[in-house]
Design a protein around this ligand. Structure first.
Ligand code: HEC
Ligand code: HEC
Ligand code: HEC
Ligand code: HEC
Length: 196
């Protein structure tokens, strides 16, 4: 008699009739809120990403060193196609690599903001050197992959093939920005830079 009561109590506690029902119930209890939280987070992250990804936002701090203005003069901001290539297209890992994009954005965002407040004076030349070292051809080839077989100008295609894609044995492939340094930021002092 006592045992029976105990059993019924147990079942009531679990609130389900069979073990499969129990499992399903558990799954729902865990997953549904999980999915909802994930969705909310996603919306918040997207909402935070969009305004902080716009060139104008970056330009708020980066106007001091003409980074914004020099980008505005470049073919990436204004060109005959009407496509605007924003800052993060070149300065962050691509958006489809969601996690590396997000962590890089969070890290550089936090570092930029912190150094903006407490950092030493912004040394454009030093930072530029660092950025140049890190800028890989992959960044440019994400969009310019067809430069290999330029449909409009065979000479340009051949030249790129020789310099970048199939360099002579023993020579390193050239970096896009070695020759196209001013394609992203058009600066008056660019010539000065080359002499250093
Ligand atoms: C709150 C001010 C501020 C904002 C907003 C800001 N930056 Fe910066 N940024 C800085 C400072 C300060 C540095 C110098 C940090 C250093 O010396 O490493 C910097 C450095 C950089 C560098 C070069 C250094 C590196 O580590 O690569 C790049 C590229 C850059 N920012 C791009 C951006 C982009 C793109 C945005 C917009 C998404 C942006 N910044 C928004 C203040 C800011
Ligand atoms: C087409 C790719 C591209 C785009 C778009 C682009 N950059 Fe750059 N950026 C570069 C390259 C390449 C360099 C290094 C060579 C140079 O400075 O000319 C650089 C250098 C920099 C530097 C360090 C040099 C300095 O003078 O302070 C900062 C900061 C920077 N960019 C921020 C930005 C911001 C902010 C935007 C948008 C308003 C932007 N970039 C748009 C490719 C790009
Ligand atoms: C997000 C896509 C994207 C990325 C990344 C990108 N570009 Fe571009 N680029 C464009 C577009 C769009 C144009 C304008 C096309 C036009 O005018 O025909 C352009 C124009 C150019 C031009 C001028 C072409 C002309 O006809 O005068 C050069 C040179 C160039 N890019 C080099 C680079 C280099 C070097 C990088 C890497 C640092 C880079 N691009 C990164 C999209 C991109
Ligand atoms: C050794 C120098 C050099 C290197 C390295 C180089 N280019 Fe070029 N590129 C040129 C020259 C020269 C032209 C033709 C004149 C011009 O448009 O500036 C050109 C033209 C272009 C054009 C315009 C094409 C057109 O049809 O008008 C684009 C876009 C371009 N390059 C992108 C790149 C990209 C992306 C890379 C890296 C993968 C790269 N270049 C590497 C020298 C170079």
């Amino acid at each position: 008699m006592e045992e029976k009561k105990e059993e019924i109590k147990d079942e009531k506690k679990k609130g389900c009739i069979c073990s499969l029902c129990c499992l399903i119930k558990k799954c729902i209890v865990i997953f549904v809120p999980g999915i909802i939280i994930a969705l909310i987070l996603f919306v918040i992250i997207e909402a935070a990403l969009v305004p902080t990804s716009k060139p104008k936002f970056c330009g708020k701090c980066h106007e001091m060193d003409e980074v914004y203005a020099s980008w505005k003069k470049s073919p990436h901001a204004v060109n005959r196609t009407g496509v605007e290539v924003g800052c993060i297209e070149c300065h962050l890992p691509p958006k489809d690599k969601f996690f590396s994009h997000l962590t890089a954005k969070a890290y550089t965002g936090a570092k930029d903001s912190l150094l903006h407040i407490v950092g030493a004076d912004y040394d454009a030349k030093e930072v530029r050197k660092k950025v140049r070292e890190h800028m890989t051809n992959e960044v440019c080839l994400k969009c310019h992959s067809k430069i290999k077989d330029n449909q409009f100008d065979k000479d340009i295609a051949d030249f790129h093939d020789e310099m970048v894609f199939n360099p002579e044995e023993g020579t390193e492939p050239a970096k896009c920005i070695e020759c196209h340094a001013d394609s992203a930021h058009v600066r008056d002092d660019d010539d000065e830079d080359e002499d250093e």
